[in-house]
Ligand binder design. Structure first.
Ligand code: ADP
Ligand code: MG
Length: 256
């Protein structure tokens, strides 16, 4: 039961079906990478699981530790332990990073429990130091004017503060130079453990040199077409996505 289960999921944007019968199971304690060409529906998958209103789940199930979360508001899903790091993190002008994080952490506490300010700041500074985020970030508006790498580091800071049970990281590597990639990967690796399941979405194999996944799944046109160990990512890097596509066409023509 301790897993994030996606069962035969179908997701549409408008009248266009993007996710076309996708199943995955991410047990707590494991890191599953989903790789796929641009446009295969990776971000659509993460936003649909998060509860984005533009993405309609037409059928299938998303079970968080056995509970179907489809239909729940995004903040309810978050309180149940789901965390999403976006491919393109939003800027929130007028809301300081510190206040944003404090409100987010407070919202996760049981009703009536007050977050102690000194404890909160101590925890935040500790995590910021680890992620090499300068202290000046706390008073700046969330992501406003941040570089691509700073935004990604900020997403991991949010994750570190919220301590989710399941985290979906959508192309956390995009826009990062190699130093920032190492810092972000170290952050994710430090959060790995028996109480966290990670769905790591990436287009490139490079990220998986730093965050070594337990399993790799290949997504093409809204479906998982192949699953394997971490060596599958290396094979993809070497051969490109075309060899998978050829495989699909062959199996499709074999059926016909
Ligand atoms: P990936 O993350 O794998 O690159 P996406 O999930 O972003 O893929 O996109 C999958 C498909 O859905 C693409 O054809 C894209 O154009 C379409 N799509 C994604 N988001 C939207 C949206 N908000 N409105 C319309 N089409 C979208
Ligand atoms: Mg994407």
């Amino acid at each position: 039961m301790s897993s994030l289960v996606i069962k035969d999921l179908h997701v549409s944007i408008g009248d266009k079906e993007i996710i076309r019968g996708l199943s995955l199971e991410i047990p707590k304690g494991e890191v599953h990478a989903v790789m796929g060409p641009n446009g295969s529906g990776k971000s659509t998958l993460s936003k649909a699981i998060g509860g984005h209103p533009d993405y309609t789940i037409t059928s299938g199930e998303v079970l968080l530790d056995g509970e179907n979360i489809i239909g729940m508001e995004p903040d309810v899903r978050a309180r149940k332990g789901l965390f999403l790091a976006f491919q393109y993190p939003m800027e929130i002008p007028g809301v300081s990073n510190a206040n944003f994080l404090r409100a987010a952490v407070q919202a996760r506490l049981p009703e009536g429990e007050e977050l102690e300010a000194t404890e909160f700041y101590a925890a935040m500074y500790e995590k910021m130091d680890f992620l090499e985020i300068p202290r000046t970030f706390t008073s700046r508006s969330v992501n406003e004017g941040f570089s691509g790498g700073e935004k990604k580091r900020n997403e991991i800071l949010q994750m570190a503060m919220l301590e989710p049970r399941y985290a979906i990281l959508d192309e956390t590597d995009s826009g990062l130079d190699i130093d920032a990639l190492k810092i972000v990967s170290n952050g994710v690796n430090a959060l790995r453990g028996p109480n966290l399941g990670v769905l790591l979405i990436t287009h490139y194999q490079r990220l998986l040199d730093y965050i070594v996944p337990d399993y790799v799944h290949v997504m093409v046109a809204g479906r998982i077409v192949q699953s394997g160990g971490k060596e599958l990512a290396l094979e993809l890097e070497e051969k490109g996505y075309d060899f998978i596509r050829e495989g699909i066409e062959e199996s499709a023509s074999a059926v016909l």
